[in-house]
Structure formats: structure tokens, C-alpha cells
Design a protein around this ligand. Structure first.
Ligand code: SAH
Length: 248
């Protein structure tokens, strides 16, 4: 099946919008965004991407973002099903990739359970795009053969993660949603055995005009000398030392 075929009436596309820069949309995403009846989008989807919608497309903010009052996941699923049952051609637009910390799986299951026809359009995930923009290779033959993508929420008091095994298995760690918990993340990693001098990069608003990269050490993150704003990707490990800044 071609991913960019026009949506049928009553069909939903779970579409990855990429990290923000509209030129990083896939061709399928651009086509479907420009030719649908309704777009249900998350708060992290950039205005530039939403501007690709045709005049008359219903733009519905479904976003859930830390701390703000927002629709529950069930409400979002119900809304998608309702729109599809009205015969609308629906794009469910999510930042990055729909299945990377994007709850796309839950929405897919809800659509399948309601017998709604759907397709999935992968997107460029922030955990890959942000380091690339900062000139940091997420894998480098001289440094790592593996890497881990994690959510920073796991650093809270009720962490389910075995941090010691984590740092032993993965020389490079890429944290999503790590801005708020950055000090706790750093403390846990130090406790797990990483050196205080371990380099990290905080990449804020990757691919957008406000993009900004901060390089620091684990020690500086643990003691609050550096802080991070949301949305940021935090990448930790020696690949940060391989950085070559390629942007003006
Ligand atoms: N599905 C998304 C991730 C959603 S979780 C994806 O695949 O990229 C939200 C987190 O993604 C944010 O807290 C931040 O860590 C990261 N993120 C999303 N867009 C970003 C951007 N442009 N720059 C830096 N981080 C970003």
C-alpha cells in the first residue's frame, strides 16, 4: 500500500510531524496534511507544519502537555473515532514519530477496536533529529554500538528502571521529556557509576528558530549549574565529544 494515497472517507492517519521544521515532514505526511477534513494535533506540532493544511480543514488541538489542563487520552481516542464515524478523513498529527513516546499505540488500538480504517506514517523522531542538528552522531563506531531512548519521567521517585544495568548496557542515553527532571536524572546516573565528567548535550527546540544547544557535564546537571527547558532532548555519553557544530 502506498502511504501517500488519498485518505478515504472515515479513515484516520496517525502521522508523525517530525521535530518541527516543515521541510522534515515526509512526503506522505505533507500530502495527507494538505488533503484531509480534520487534523487532530498535539501541542508540540509546529505552526509551520499546521500551515500546510488546506483552507477549510478543521484544526483540533488535542495536545496533552505537562501541567496544562488538557484532554485525556480517552477523550482523544473518542474524538478520532467520532470524526471517522462522521465520514471525515482524519489526520492525527503527532510531534516526531507517533510511536516514540507518543501514545500512538493506544490510539491505534482504540481505532482497531472501533473497526476504523487507519494507517501509520512514521516521522523523524526528536531523539535522532536533535543530536543531528547539534552535530552529534548518535552512534559513532569509536564510541558506541548501542544506544537507549528513555523518558525522563523515569527519574522520579518511583522509577521502574535499573539504572546500574542501564549505564552498563548503553554508552549513550537519549532522554525525551528530561528537562524538568534533569538534576534527578544526573544524580541517578552518577549513583549508577557514571563519571562526573561524562559529557551531555541539552538540545532545545531542535530544527526550530529558537533551537539552542548547551554542552555540560553530568556533575553540572546534577548540581543545577545547567538547567533545561522543555522541549529538549538530553543526550549523555562520549558521542557528545564527537560533536562538530555545522550550523552558522
Ligand atoms: N513522539 C515524539 C516525542 C514526544 S515526547 C518524537 O518522536 O519526537 C515529547 C518530548 O520530545 C519532549 O519533551 C522533548 O524531549 C522531545 N522533543 C520533541 N520535539 C522536540 C524538539 N523540536 N526539540 C527538542 N526536543 C523535542
Amino acid at each position: 500500500m502506498r502511504l501517500d494515497l488519498p485518505l478515504r472517507s472515515g479513515e484516520v492517519a496517525l502521522v508523525g510531524a517530525g521535530p518541527g521544521d516543515v521541510s522534515l515532514l515526509t512526503l506522505a505526511a505533507a500530502k495527507l496534511i494538505g488533503d484531509c477534513d480534520a487534523i487532530v494535533y498535539d501541542a508540540l506540532v509546529s505552526d509551520e507544519v499546521l500551515n500546510m493544511a488546506a483552507v477549510g480543514t478543521a484544526l483540533i488541538l488535542a495536545g496533552k502537555r505537562g501541567g496544562r489542563p488538557s484532554a485525556s487520552q480517552d477523550d482523544i481516542c473518542d474524538r478520532l473515532i467520532e470524526l471517522a464515524n462522521e465520514g471525515k478523513r482524519v489526520v492525527r498529527l503527532k510531534g516526531g514519530d507517533p510511536f516514540v513516546f507518543g501514545r500512538g499505540g493506544e490510539e491505534m488500538r482504540a481505532l482497531a477496536a472501533a473497526s476504523i480504517r487507519f494507517r501509520v506514517i512514521p516521522g523523524i523522531t526528536a531523539g535522532v533529529a536533535a543530536p543531528a542538528m547539534a552535530g552529534i552522531p548518535v552512534t559513532d563506531r569509536s564510541v558506541n554500538a548501542t544506544l537507549a531512548f528513555l523518558t525522563g519521567h523515569e527519574a522520579s521517585a518511583k522509577s521502574r528502571m535499573d539504572w546500574k544495568s542501564l549505564v552498563e548496557a548503553f554508552p549513550v542515553l537519549v532522554f525525551y521529556m528530561g528537562a524538568k527532571n534533569l538534576p534527578q536524572i544526573a544524580v541517578r546516573l552518577l549513583e549508577a557509576g557514571l563519571a562526573e565528567s561524562t559529557p551531555l548535550a541539552i538540545i532545545y527546540a531542535a530544527t526550530l528558530d529558537e533551537e539552542n544547544t548547551t554542552i555540560a557535564t553530568l556533575k553540572e546537571a546534577a548540581n543545577g549549574t545547567v538547567t533545561a527547558r522543555s522541549p529538549s532532548i538530553v543526550i549523555i555519553g562520549d558521542v557528545v565529544n564527537e560533536r562538530i557544530c555545522w550550523k552558522d
